[in-house]
Design a protein around this ligand. Structure first.
Ligand code: SF4
Ligand code: SF4
Length: 263
């Protein structure tokens, strides 16, 4: 198994998912990235994220690679989430639940395939593996996605990829050696590239996202409001308004303007 084989597995599993489970969410073709388990950035996460953040080798003894994938939502989902005034749209909440399940199923599928080839794999849940008090996780899929070259951070703290920021991230660790896709040296966020934007800040009316700070607790409070509102769907602690109808929703807006070198 090589990089291309894993990319194909993620793509095929996603495109054929509606044959395995009853789902409503339309997804685009996933982006897949690969990091070395020994990348020095993983060691720095204990300083810059939290001291208990795991390294790949703490997740899996003898790990060689980390596989990360971004599953983009279709364009209509963020439009619908923009159109609802206060709560997140029903389709956004459904997409959250269904994509988390898709990620768990992809991870199980890849693990089964690699284990049958004699490799070891550790899989990480797509969400709800965070500390309830600090609301921080010991495995940040967004930071791991950055290391694997999937994209770069936006002013809204989400990863912006070549297919935007509306979607979800999955990852797993394996002892299979894979070719690395290094972090991008480009900014994908207009504001960070020196072009005035901050549309994401405008979208947040919940006192969570500002130009110069992010209140994680206020954000999660709004996610719980949405969970209550969509309680018939299961756990839907999600919001996403800061990623709805903004320049980076479904594309890399800096690339579209022909720029993006880090300042
Ligand atoms: S909306 Fe603008 S400022 Fe906010 S993350 Fe996207 S590109 Fe950056
Ligand atoms: S997810 Fe919602 S509450 Fe959190 S920063 Fe974005 S718009 Fe604000």
């Amino acid at each position: 198994m090589d990089n291309a084989g894993i990319e194909q597995m993620v793509a095929d599993f996603t495109s054929s998912y509606s044959r395995r489970r009853k789902v409503k969410t339309p997804w685009q073709q996933p982006l897949v990235g690969f990091a070395s388990a020994e990348d020095h950035l993983f060691g720095r996460f204990k300083e810059i994220i939290r001291s208990t953040h795991a390294t790949p080798r703490e997740v899996l003894h003898g790990a060689k690679s980390v596989v990360v994938y971004f599953i983009p939502f279709s364009e209509k989902l963020h439009r619908e989430n923009f159109e609802t005034e206060y709560y997140c749209s029903r389709s956004w909440a459904v997409a959250y639940v269904e994509t988390n399940r898709l990620i768990s199923d992809i991870n199980e599928y890849i693990r089964g395939t690699l284990e049958s080839d004699g490799h070891r794999v550790a899989i990480i849940p797509p969400t709800h593996n965070f500390d309830q008090k600090s609301l921080m996780s010991d495995w940040s899929h967004r930071h791991i996605a950055y290391v694997a070259g999937i994209g770069s951070f936006g002013a809204h703290n989400l990863i912006i990829t070549e297919k935007g920021c509306t979607g979800r991230i999955g990852s797993l660790v394996t002892d299979l050696a894979l070719e690395v896709s290094p972090p991008s040296n480009q900014e994908f966020c207009l504001q960070k590239a020196g072009i005035d934007c901050l549309k994401c800040v405008e979208r947040c009316r919940y006192d969570a996202l500002y130009a110069d700070r992010f209140d994680r607790h206020a954000c999660y409070q709004q996610c719980l409001v949405n969970d209550q509102y969509h309680q018939d769907l299961g756990l839907t602690d999600v919001c996403g308004k800061c990623s709805a109808m903004v320049p980076c929703s479904v594309t890399n807006p800096v690339k579209n303007r022909g720029g993006g070198n880090r300042r």
